[in-house]
Design a protein around this ligand. Structure first.
Ligand code: ARG
Length: 462
């Protein structure tokens, strides 16, 4: 294959042939890494400005480079830029387009390698991306808090082992997810800090003999620090792992929320009714209304977890420093970001279009067995050791099952036989809302406590 003059400029004089078609197909990344164009151009502008300041390029050359890069940026934004698969990746595409416009373009790559360039682009991209994700997390938290406020009078059974356990406010259940999302938020914020370091100036792996001013580039790009070891800077992708891990944990939280929504929308639970716009029908069964959005929110967590595992695996056997394997980081990262964002957005919208069925919740929570633990606590307050109290209430539950009498309808004579301390006030235990008000400590679903938590979140989310 004959080489064009531009190929020569990019690949240098060492090659007598351009890559085989198969190789080109196999190695190119521009079909996905074009998404780094903004970061790539900003990075190049900062690098070029610094090159001018240290006298490597003239003011005229800088002006030509700046003009060219701005033009290219505008063309990409407008969707008219011609991406060339033969130019492998976003970096080569932009650089060769620039050089075709101005001979000064040939000076842009001075003291720079694609290795420190791509690491810089990825860090810039992640910083930008995290800012968007944080807003979306807040959006879902807001939707949860709104639903909690709207249905703050609703009580549902809380579950362990998916068996009814003790009553809780519906709001308390939703606020549990708000808490989980708050930790996801801070995990991504934390990942932001570590991504906020400039690798540019590390060269291919060993810096440069040209007296680059790295701190100046960091300042221009808004990085808080420059990397301290050139080998590390071009070779590690732990900042991507952190983002992918934070994304995977977030996706798992979203999946669990989705699972609750799927359960609650069944005829068996009937706690919620998801709006028609957020459900789908069946091609065969005319009566069906399926919670596909929630199911996909649950299902898509699989690929986000997979992305993290793929990235860890990609990295684990790499020798120092840059290896082409690292190019495989992008699709996994982009997929995590796209999937998590889409899921956050659609879940928030779905919650805004979800109704709670108060009657079904009331029916579920009227099961007196939910307050068996409260009866044991009542006995404890009258001096019965907890283990004995547990035993006594257990016997009462067995009796009520055998005689088919609800626990709250068990005659006082039966209770008295189980323990003499029992009296008529025991029956008062079985009021669900009063039972909730007895839970007064921080974090418990007491009425006042949940109201305080709701207020706290509403203030934070405002
Ligand atoms: N497309 C490459 C990547 O994403 C850019 C760096 C290429 N460096 C190299 N030495 N071939 O990793």
């Amino acid at each position: 294959m004959k080489k064009s003059r531009q190929d020569k400029a990019l690949w240098g004089g060492r090659f007598a042939a351009t890559p085989d078609k198969l190789v080109q197909e196999f190695t190119k990344s521009v079909q996905y890494d074009w998404r780094l164009y903004r970061e790539d151009i900003f990075g190049s502008l900062a690098h070029a400005r610094m090159l001018r300041e240290i006298g490597v390029i003239s003011s005229g050359e800088f002006a030509a480079i700046e003009k060219g890069l701005r033009q290219i940026f505008a063309e990409i934004e407008a969707g008219v830029f011609k991406w060339d698969a033969a130019r492998e990746d976003v970096h080569m595409n932009i650089e060769s387009a620039l050089t075709a416009r101005t001979p000064a373009g040939a000076k842009l790559h001075t003291g720079r390698s694609r290795n420190d360039q791509v690491a810089t682009d990825m860090r810039l991209w992640i910083r930008h991306s995290i800012a968007t994700d944080l807003a979306l997390i807040t959006g879902l938290q807001t939707a949860l808090a709104r639903l909690a406020r709207k249905y703050q009078h609703i009580v549902i059974p809380g579950y362990t082992h998916l068996q009814r356990a003790q009553p809780v406010w519906f709001a308390h259940h939703l606020l549990a997810y708000v808490e989980m999302l708050a930790r996801d938020f801070s995990r991504l914020e934390d990942a932001w800090q570590r991504a906020d370091v400039l690798p540019l100036g590390s060269g291919a792996l060993a810096g440069s003999t040209i007296p680059l001013k790295r701190e100046r580039v960091a300042q221009l790009l808004g990085f808080s620090a420059v990397s301290q070891n050139s080998l590390d800077a071009v070779s590690d992708r732990d900042f991507i792992l952190e983002y992918a891990a934070g994304g995977a944990i977030l996706a798992v939280h979203l999946s669990r929320l989705a699972e609750d929504l799927v359960l609650w929308s069944t005829a068996e639970f009937g706690f919620i009714r998801i709006g028609d716009a957020f459900t789908t029908g069946s091609s065969l069964m005319p009566q069906k209304k399926n919670p596909d959005v929630a199911e996909l929110a649950r299902g898509k967590s699989g690929r986000v977890i997979g992305n993290l595992v793929a990235l860890l695996t990609m990295l684990k056997g790499l020798p120092m420093t840059y290896n082409r394997d690292l190019q495989e980081d992008k699709e996994r990262l982009f997929d995590t970001v796209d999937t998590v964002r889409q899921t956050l957005g659609v879940l928030a919208a779905m919650l805004a279009d979800t109704q709670v069925n108060a009657a079904a919740c009331e029916r579920a929570v009227s099961d007196p067995l939910l307050l068996a633990t409260d009866v044991a606590d009542w006995l404890v307050n009258r001096g019965v050791p907890f283990r004995h109290a547990h035993e006594i209430v257990g016997q009462a539950v067995a009796l009520s099952e055998r005689r088919r009498i609800p626990l709250n309808k068990l005659p006082l004579t039966v209770w008295k036989k189980l323990h003499p301390v029992c009296d008529a006030s025991l029956q008062k235990i079985f009021n669900v809302r009063e039972a909730l008000s007895r839970r007064k400590m921080t974090g418990a679903p007491g009425k006042k406590q949940v109201e305080e938590q709701l207020k706290r979140w509403e203030k934070i989310l405002k």
